[in-house]
Design a protein around this ligand. Structure first.
Ligand code: HEC
Ligand code: HEC
Length: 240
């Protein structure tokens, strides 16, 4: 690890879970305006995106796979519109992410063009063949809950929908899924979708384990998954 990468990583671990605020009533889900709309109109340059991604790699890993313990989510495979929205939300403090916030600011990585560029780079990364999954206790129950409560938005296999800004949630690390789900349910994730918040209000602890364990085991299309043990050559070369 390079010195800067190591420093970012250590800061990140220290900041995990701090300063998550309660609901902000002024946020309107996916409203127009701001950096999201600006970045969506720009053509991304993956070569510059690779340079931007260097800072992201410290936490999300060179492959974009995050960590299987869910500290850092997998971002490889995520829809471009979702990535743009989440980055813009984090920068605008519509989604609290104190760990990442200081490293994702315009002064660190640049404006909307850099968002478009880094998203164009992430777009080519294939997904982790071995994401973190749940304990396996309630998967059958989870399947039923998923069908009844999640499928209409996140799709039958958790693939989400780029045009509608619905995230891909299949093959995401279980612990990350649980953290986000609880924050969404409790109103701590301020950029949450209000219809989802309503849909999941009655979920018990067991329901949450069940549905997210099932979700973590949903498979992306094979062509989106990286070969066993793949390392991102862009960053291996750089480290020498
Ligand atoms: C210091 C560590 C760190 C750095 C550097 C970092 N991130 Fe993150 N990122 C996180 C953490 C932690 C989360 C999840 C926060 C949470 O649990 O809500 C996250 C979440 C995200 C999400 C939301 C994922 C989702 O599924 O909703 C996106 C997109 C993202 N990061 C992209 C980036 C990009 C692009 C960069 C580089 C410009 C970057 N991150 C740099 C730590 C980091
Ligand atoms: C009405 C549509 C809708 C329904 C129903 C719904 N979701 Fe969502 N979900 C969303 C949207 C939209 C987001 C992203 C919100 C944002 O912009 O940050 C999201 C975000 C999430 C996230 C966070 C993803 C990430 O990468 O950070 C998880 C986990 C999740 N949903 C799981 C579920 C599960 C499990 C169910 C069923 C129990 C469900 N959702 C039902 C629309 C929905």
């Amino acid at each position: 690890m390079k010195k800067r990468t190591l420093l970012i990583f250590i800061t990140a671990i220290a900041l995990i879970g701090t300063n998550v605020k309660a609901e902000d009533k002024t946020y309107v889900w996916n409203s127009q305006g701001g950096e999201k709309d600006e970045a969506m109109l720009l053509k991304g340059d993956p070569a510059h995106g690779r340079d931007v991604y260097e800072v992201c790699a410290a936490c999300h890993q060179p492959e974009g796979w995050g960590l299987t313990d869910g500290t850092f989510p997998q971002i490889a495979g995520q829809h471009p519109h979702v990535l743009i929205k989440q980055l813009a939300d984090i920068r605008a403090k519509n989604r609290d992410n104190p760990t990442m916030y200081p490293f994702a600011l315009p002064t660190e990585i640049g404006g909307p063009q850099s968002i478009a560029d880094v998203v164009a780079y992430i777009k080519v990364l294939k997904m982790n063949p071995h994401n973190g999954v749940g304990p396996g206790r309630l998967v059958e129950k989870g399947k039923q809950l998923y069908k009844e409560n999640c499928e209409r938005c996140h799709g039958p296999d958790g693939m989400g929908d780029n045009d509608k800004f619905y995230p891909r949630i299949q093959a995401q690390h279980y612990t990350y899924l649980v953290r986000q789900f609880k924050w969404i349910k409790e109103g701590k994730r301020r950029n949450a979708n209000p219809d989802m918040v309503k849909q999941v209000q009655n979920f018990s602890e067991d329901d949450i384990e069940a549905v997210l364990d099932y979700t973590s085991r949903l498979k992306p299309p094979p062509e989106m998954v990286a070969p066993e043990g793949w390392k991102n050559p862009d960053f291996i070369l750089k480290k020498k």
